[in-house]
Design a protein around this ligand. Structure first.
Ligand code: DSN
Length: 462
């Protein structure tokens, strides 16, 4: 008998095909990415690293055929690495070219692992790290007290201003009062383009006052695809030392993490006596393995390599530009229909809607009602939210996945229309139980959503 897991996978395929994915951190991978991920590479152990020799600096063009042919001595703890090494070297080289980095570590299993590996590479226990607060749009891994990191390092938080931008004055004030070792710019619910140059200036002031080097880290998980596509500034080109990201959001690769850095690339086997910014690529390699992870997931690394190869193609820039254009159209469409938006709109792929302020309904209720019509997004807290975390005042949505399906501004307007209709139903229904009185209205919208979704197949459906 067939394992019931496969029936459930088929059900999930149907859900993805017949609904619209509006969660801004999700996307649909290509058939090639899926194929690499579901390969025999999952059978192989490869703790350690391939040789970094001959992988280009980002400015040089090194032939991929050469990388794919060469077998070089490696830093691995297992035999049988001749294919794995070449795959990982391709992934590293493509990531470096994509993000103009001196080095790439493609092994982090996730964005959370990538972030923790950077903290562990640079900071001693008790050192101070300055990052955006979770409630203002930061991320759990940027120092939320419920995480392990928050028990090891002392996190300080800056917030956002009324108009939804980073409060740089607050960042500077805290930085100059506390002297953090690391300043982090990164977010999971923030709609502006960060002013990286201003943060670089703040770090210089900290160094002048306290005498230590400050690591500048950007967690660009949400916008990595926009950076790769050239429609968002690259923090590494503005003086940041490290950029972390996941590979599955706007970057449209497999679920996983990635760390890019600038500095000198040395042997991960050599002892490093001094933690300097120059050595950061090697400090990070040591921190990922053996510092915080064991065996790398080489099937995922192969899929990362394929996704990076796709993102290096000229079409990817068009895709990135379309994500932003669609997000603006969606934000405008929602505003025109009475939704109040955090920050007034968006400069990236993400929109944060103040549903409680707009219609007096909470984000979770609205998320669940939208689930019933096949529009998937997530409830999200808003700056200044003081209610229960599970019943926040907002919802977060974005356009990476629907743009992958080929949708454009016309479809954004349809989505905004459906969202307004569902909001009106929620107001009349009052609570989730009350939605049962609106089955007919919800089913009619569900059919319209399904019909639109089926006109735009997933990339894996050919
Ligand atoms: N959980 C991701 C998001 O949805 O933004 C960030 O890691």
């Amino acid at each position: 008998m067939k394992d019931p897991v496969f029936k459930l996978i088929d059900d999930e395929k149907k859900r993805q095909r017949e609904g619209l994915e509006l969660i801004p951190s999700e996307n649909y991978v290509s058939a090639a990415v899926l194929q690499a991920m579901g390969s025999v590479l999952t059978n192989k152990y490869s703790e350690g690293y391939p040789s970094f020799e001959g992988i280009s600096s980002y400015g040089e063009l090194v032939s991929e055929d050469k990388i794919a042919e060469e077998i070089l001595p490696n830093y691995r703890y297992y035999g049988g690495q001749e294919n794995i090494d070449r795959i990982e070297r391709l992934a590293i080289s493509r990531a470096m070219r994509l993000f103009h980095a001196d080095h790439a570590n493609v092994q982090p299993h996730s964005g959370a692992n990538a972030n923790e590996a950077v903290y562990y590479a640079w900071c001693e226990p008790g050192d101070k790290i300055l990052a955006m607060s979770l409630s203002d749009g930061g991320h759990l891994t940027h120092g939320s007290p419920v995480t392990r990191s928050a028990h090891i390092w002392k996190f300080l938080a800056y917030g956002v201003t009324e108009d939804g931008d980073i409060n740089y004055d607050e960042m500077e004030k805290i930085a100059l009062a506390e002297g953090p070792k690391l300043i982090l710019v990164g977010f999971s619910a923030f709609m502006k383009v960060p002013d990286f140059d201003r943060v670089v200036r703040i770090a210089k002031l900290v160094t002048e006052k306290f005498g230590h080097e400050v690591l500048l880290m950007a967690d660009m998980a949400h916008v990595a695809g926009l950076i790769a596509g050239g429609v968002h500034p690259n923090p590494l080109e503005h003086g940041f030392h490290v950029m972390t990201t996941t590979t599955h959001k706007t970057l449209r690769g497999p679920r996983g993490g990635l760390i890019l850095s600038r500095g000198h690339v040395g042997s991960p086997l050599k002892k490093i006596s001094e933690k300097t910014l120059k050595n950061i690529p090697t400090l990070i390699d040591k921190s990922v393995f053996p510092g915080t992870q064991g065996g790398p997931l080489e099937h995922v690394i192969a899929a990362k390599a394929v996704a990076f190869g796709e993102a290096l193609q000229p079409e990817f820039s068009k895709y990135a530009a379309a994500i932003v254009e669609n997000a603006r159209a969606l934000a405008d469409g929602l505003s025109e229909r009475g939704f109040i938006l955090q920050g007034g709109g968006t400069e990236n792929h993400l929109v944060l809607v103040r549903v409680r302020d707009s219609f007096g309904i909470d984000g979770k209720f609205y998320e669940r009602a939208l689930d019933r019509v096949g529009l998937t997004l997530n409830a999200n807290s808003l700056p200044g939210d003081d209610g229960p975390a599970f019943r926040p005042g907002g919802v977060r949505l974005g356009t990476p996945a629907i743009t992958t399906r080929g949708m454009g501004v016309t479809e954004m307007s349809l989505i905004a229309d459906w969202m307004r209709k569902v909001a009106d139903i929620c107001v009349s229904a009052k609570d989730e139980a009350g939605l049962s009185g609106f089955e007919k209205e919800l089913s009619a919208i569900r059919e319209e959503v399904r019909e639109l979704a089926l006109r735009f197949p997933l990339p894996t459906e050919g």
